[in-house]
Design a binder for this molecule. Structure first.
Ligand SMILES: Nc1nc2c(c(=O)[nH]1)N[C@H]1C(S)=C(S)[C@@H](COP(=O)(O)OP(=O)(O)OC[C@H]3O[C@@H](n4cnc5c(=O)[nH]c(N)nc54)[C@H](O)[C@@H]3O)O[C@H]1N2
Ligand SMILES: Nc1nc2c(c(=O)[nH]1)N[C@H]1C(S)=C(S)[C@@H](COP(=O)(O)OP(=O)(O)OC[C@H]3O[C@@H](n4cnc5c(=O)[nH]c(N)nc54)[C@H](O)[C@@H]3O)O[C@H]1N2
Ligand code: SF4
Ligand SMILES: [Mo]
Length: 740
């Protein structure tokens, strides 16, 4: 199916509309509450501006409310990230708020961890239990032995709590299992990482190169909107992906690369660009160090060299390299986000950064921008006691260039003898570690070693089933959180406000953290009455009008120059004070100063590399139980190449589209039955599925046993020696016909 460029973005709007409006679904399952909600298409009597938490992009939302119910969510036109539109997931947040499976009351475990058996208790009892768990660990081992795993904006209250309590062990899977290698690779090259939202200028790019990053399925709202607009205005896409992604369908060039060989392609592109003098020599002369070393390094990396490695024909490599270079400096190499693929990920990110430097696109219009953020004074808290070093690195040393705590490292440190010291307590906020960390049996083994574990969630996810206490948080539509002031080309300050009262006996995170702090004698760290008082204190301190901000949800800051074209003068906090094409930091730490290609292990005969990604209407496993969104995308499928499907070993007859299969990985782990999607749109050496399905938690009555879990099949991973990211695209599966 070929879609016009405009329809690219409309897909999102259409699925969302179908999910939210005329489907009749709302009454079907809202009916369970015995309380019919008006047609979500109706305007409410009250509109509350806030920001979204269905993913981590945090778009501005206008929540329409009628009779105490949220009836409709639309993008806040004044908010720079939503610009009046939400992605399907954002619209479908109503499905999270009114999910009948929500955690409704605090729970106390009654059987063994993992048996998912609980009794409902009062907040008093639950919070006393949590405080006792924290106190016991502090007394027996010291406060540093209690770790916090956190993902999502509401986590800030718990980060503050754990620091006040005295622990440095605070980590998020969104670093070591997601964007960590990119941050380190870019920081080594340009002196700074990209953060979130990435300040890339898709809007003004003339050529956008996507290395795997599958925009259009990866639905980061602003990026998808800007991409659709840029394509409308004649920008062109180059997509490197073993799969014909949604974006590949809009691309001038699709390079169906052999998985795990991108570094070879990138080196070869650089070879062409340097050999044909298509780089930005003025820019490099002024800003970069190590060009001669780079030139020598890629001298023999011709397209003919890269061809047998990547499977991409030399003419296509040459032609696409010329095309990318012709658009410079408005030629954007998208930095990607989920980049923990093969364990060589920091080096791949380095190769992308170096290519961007050759194009002169760092700090240039249509490339990477260097924005500032509105400065807001911190709340005048009591200072934290000095914290110990975190426990996330192996005892023997390693990952010298990690710049955040590794969530997987905290899990390792829970196993005896692996790290400098051991962890004995976990607090888990908004992250389903059983699906997010690689090798679930290892995570479970660590959990079974703990003295105490508490989860704070909105749904009874797998991780809750392994917890001693489960605390039901209110959803984002029922709470006010920390204010948000990211670095962005249009600097802004956004607030999250409650649209409706908390449902059931759920409580906002700020209240939960404050109550725990109170029980631990940490009152000084939570001196405010509630999160509104806290947030407004900060807003006022920054010189903004609180009343006005509560009406609009967002305030804009002054626009400053963000690229050379606007008069910004570039500076780099690297070794050389310039762009480090050649990295002495890496060299000194014993790593390759310039990225090299090392071959990945090949799939054993009859097996396929397991790849995974996103679907537009869902965020991981956090939305798979959402009835609204499930209507648009009810379960995941396994993409299998059509030629391969015609003669799969042991099948006898061709595998049919829609047929149920089971995937069996190299360690003998079997998936639950899942539908095959037989398609020309993927290479024959890999299969692909959307992450987040195959839930096993009893309480997820809709999502349980729907589709299959990629996480379960990721029993192997390859650690990036530079920063400890866990490359997870290193598992192989065989395809079997499902029985019965
Ligand atoms: N709808 C939706 N959007 C999301 C999210 C979501 O859950 N749902 N999550 C958000 C988050 S946290 C993140 S980190 C991002 C992740 O999104 P991205 O950073 O865009 O994507 P990845 O998950 O790394 O990559 C998946 C793509 O890489 C391709 N791929 C796999 N192996 C290789 C390879 O060896 N080489 C190349 N070139 N390509 C390969 C796959 O075929 C697939 O198209 O998405 C964000 N946006
Ligand atoms: N196998 C495999 N592993 C992966 C990935 C993959 O593609 N495949 N992707 C990786 C990536 S890119 C990332 S970023 C991580 C993300 O992994 P996680 O950090 O686990 O992120 P989510 O899956 O979004 O978080 C899910 C939990 O947050 C809960 N939740 C949702 N909203 C709220 C809220 O408002 N408050 C509270 N307290 N809880 C809430 C959900 O119910 C759910 O239990 O996973 C990584 N791990
Ligand atoms: S991209 Fe979608 S899910 Fe993410 S914050 Fe924006 S509207 Fe919400
Ligand atoms: Mo991520």
């Amino acid at each position: 199916m070929k879609l016009s460029r405009r329809e690219f973005i409309k897909i999102g709007a259409a699925t969302a509309g179908a999910a939210a409006a005329g489907s009749g679904l709302a009454t079907r399952w809202w009916g369970l509450d015995g309380d019919r909600v008006p047609d979500p298409g109706t305007e409410g009597e009250k509109v509350v501006p806030t920001f979204c938490e269905l993913c981590f992009w945090k778009c501005g939302v206008l929540a329409h409310v009628r009779a105490g119910k949220v009836t409709k969510l639309v993008g806040n036109p004044a908010h720079p990230l939503s610009r009046g539109r939400l992605c399907p997931r954002g619209v479908g947040a109503i499905g999270q708020l009114y999910d009948p499976d929500r955690l409704k009351r605090p729970l106390l475990r009654v059987n063994k961890r993992g048996e998912d058996a609980f009794q409902e208790v009062s907040w008093e009892v639950a919070l006393d239990k949590v405080a006792a768990g924290l106190r016991a660990v502090r007394e027996k081992y010291g406060p540093e032995a209690f770790a916090l795993f956190t993902h999502g904006y509401g986590g800030s209250w718990f980060t503050h709590l754990l620091k006040a309590y005295g622990s440095p062990n605070i980590g998020a899977p969104s670093y070591a299992q997601c964007r960590g290698p990119r941050e380190v690779g870019y920081a080594l090259t340009f002196g700074q990482g990209l953060g979130s939202p990435e300040a890339i200028d898709i809007a003004h790019a003339r050529c956008i190169t996507l290395i795997g990053s599958h925009l259009g399925e990866n639905m980061h709202n602003t990026q998808v909107q800007e991409l659709a607009d840029a394509l409308d205005q004649g920008a062109e896409l180059v997509v490197v992906d073993p799969r014909f992604s949604t974006a590949a369908g809009k691309a001038r060039y699709w390079l169906p690369i052999k998985p795990g060989t991108d570094i070879a392609l990138l080196l070869s592109w650089m070879h062409v660009i340097i050999a044909e003098r298509r780089y930005d020599s003025d820019y490099l002369g002024k800003h970069a160090a190590g060009f001669e070393e780079l030139k020598a390094h890629v001298a023999d990396k011709s397209p003919e060299w890269a061809w047998p490695i990547t499977g991409i024909r030399p003419e296509l490599i040459r032609e696409s390299a010329r095309f990318i270079a012709a658009a410079r400096p408005a030629s954007l190499i998208h930095p990607g986000r989920h980049v923990t693929w093969y364990g060589d990920d920091t080096q791949r990110a380095r190769a992308m950064a170096i290519l961007a430097a050759l194009l002169g696109s760092w700090g240039r219009r249509g490339g990477y921008l260097l924005p500032g953020a509105i400065e807001v004074p911190k709340y005048p808290y009591t200072k934290y006691q000095p914290l110990k070093d975190p426990a996330d690195k192996p005892k023997a040393g390693g990952y010298p260039l990690a710049d955040e705590v590794l969530a997987s490292g905290l899990c390792d440190a829970t196993m005896p003898g692996k790290s400098a010291y051991e962890l004995h307590g976990w607090m888990v906020y908004g992250t389903n570690l059983i699906q997010a960390l690689p090798n679930p049996p290892q995570t479970i083994e660590a959990i079974q070693k703990l003295d105490f574990i508490v989860s704070i969630d909105v749904l009874p996810a797998e991780i809750c089933g392994f917890s001693d206490v489960v605390l039901p948080e209110s959803t984002y539509l029922e709470r006010c959180d920390e204010i948000w002031t990211p670095a962005y080309k249009q600097p802004f300050l956004a607030i999250r406000q409650a649209a409706v009262e908390p449902m059931y006996d759920s409580k906002p995170g700020w209240w939960i953290a404050k109550e725990i702090a109170h029980r631990l004698g940490l009152n000084d760290y939570f001196p405010w009455k509630d999160s509104v008082e806290y947030a407004m204190h900060r807003v006022k301190a920054a010189g903004f009008d609180c009343d006005a901000l509560q009406k609009t949800g967002v305030a804009l800051g002054p626009v400053v120059p963000v690229c050379e074209e606007e008069g910004l003068s570039l500076s780099f906090s690297t070794d050389s004070g310039k762009i480090d094409l050649y990295s002495k930091t890496l060299e000194a730490a014993g790593f390759d100063p310039l990225p090299k290609f090392y071959p990945q292990e090949e799939a054993p005969a009859g097996m396929f590399r397991l790849l995974f990604g996103r679907a537009a209407p869902h965020t991981f496993g956090r939305t798979t139980n959402n009835r609204f969104l499930a209507e648009a995308f009810p379960e995941n499928e396994v993409w299998v190449n059509a030629t391969v499907a015609a003669s799969l070993p042991g099948f006898g007859r061709p595998l049919q589209n829609g047929e149920q299969v089971v995937l069996v990985n190299q360690d003998g782990v079997r998936s639950t039955p899942v539908k095959a999607k037989v398609t020309e749109r993927i290479r024959g050496d890999c299969v692909y599925m959307v992450h987040g399905w195959g839930h096993t938690a009893k309480g997820l009555t809709y999502a349980r046993h729907r589709g299959a879990s990629d996480s379960q099949l990721v029993t192997r991973f390859k650690v990036d020696p530079i920063m400890g990211g866990t490359g997870m695209n290193v598992n192989f599966v065989r395809i079997e016909r499902a029985q019965g």
